[in-house]
Design a binder for this molecule. Structure first.
Ligand SMILES: C[S@@+](CC[C@H](N)C(=O)[O-])C[C@H]1O[C@@H](n2cnc3c(N)ncnc32)[C@H](O)[C@@H]1O
Length: 258
């Protein structure tokens, strides 16, 4: 369960302190042909899709947050060489399409916000949406991210242009469900001194890397690479850090080999 209902511009200010968009873009683009088609699962404010559209790629973003989807739609690039992106508001597990994509990806631990059954359902669908030779990239939080990063209370300031965003966060764990609960108060002060405040909330399923590998195999994927970061650092790393899986459709690989 998650909310993420607050202005997308505030999220963008927070996100930049956690992520390397240039590295993410280069990584994703390395799995795309010119003018490729992408599907971003949990596209948030559209950060990654905007960067890929600026390289001429087109596609679809799906996200359950109405605020973030509205921000993404409004911020879509409109240059003549930019790709066209459609933003769909809804839960990824319920998304259906007859489109085919060269790359389906999900970044920033979004898939941890699905429960185990929901993730299995989603991956089963994604397996059928890959174009021939297409790839799946998932960036998932793993057990050690949670253990290593655990802090019961967090106060963090994120500075943007003329905007200060403060997060007051509380983390707790439901041990029996292996679910990590995040409760946040987002306080923003703009350049005119106006202060606004929002509540944000999300649960994250605590996956382990072997569990994700098994799930990918069960849903018809073959893992072709694992990295510890978007600069293609070797992985999996010890301790904290992203766990990146690159997979392709297992059946399609056999067809090519035959
Ligand atoms: C941490 S943000 C990451 C957003 C984006 N991938 C990025 O890298 O900035 C997690 C996003 O997942 C979305 N989300 C959570 N559960 C979802 C679901 N079941 N279906 C679609 N979107 C979901 C939230 O609305 C939020 O925008």
């Amino acid at each position: 369960m998650s909310s993420f209902e607050y202005p997308g511009e505030y999220y963008e200010v927070i996100r930049k302190d956690f992520r390397d968009v240039a590295g993410e873009t280069e990584f994703l683009a390395s799995y795309l042909p010119p003018g490729g088609r992408v599907l971003d699962i949990g596209s948030g404010t559209g950060t990654n899709l905007r960067a890929l559209a600026a390289l001429g790629h087109s596609g679809v973003g799906v996200d359950q947050s109405s605020d973030f989807t509205a921000y993404a739609r409004a911020a879509a690039p409109a240059g003549p060489a930019d790709g066209v992106v459609e933003y769909v508001h809804g839960r990824a597990e319920e998304y259906v399409t007859d489109q085919r994509f060269d790359l389906v990806y999900s970044l920033f631990s979004t898939l941890n916000q699905l429960d185990r059954a929901g993730l299995r359902q989603l991956l089963t669908g994604v397996r059928g949406w890959l174009a021939p030779g297409g790839h799946l990239v998932i960036d998932i939080g793993h057990l050690l991210n949670f253990v290593d990063g655990y802090q019961p209370n967090i106060i963090a300031h994120h500075q943007g242009d003329d905007l200060l965003v403060t997060r007051l966060a509380r983390q707790s764990v439901h041990a029996h469900r292996a679910v990590w609960r995040n409760e946040e108060t987002i306080i923003a002060r703009d350049g005119a001194g106006k202060v606004s405040m929002f509540a944000n909330f999300f649960d994250q399923t605590v996956f382990t890397a072997p569990e994700v590998r098994d799930l990918l195999a069960d849903t018809g994927f073959e893992v072709v690479a694992e990295y510890g970061g978007f600069r293609k650092e070797p992985g999996p790393r010890i301790g904290r850090g992203p766990l990146l899986f690159v997979a392709r459709a297992a059946g399609a690989v056999q067809e090519v080999a035959a």
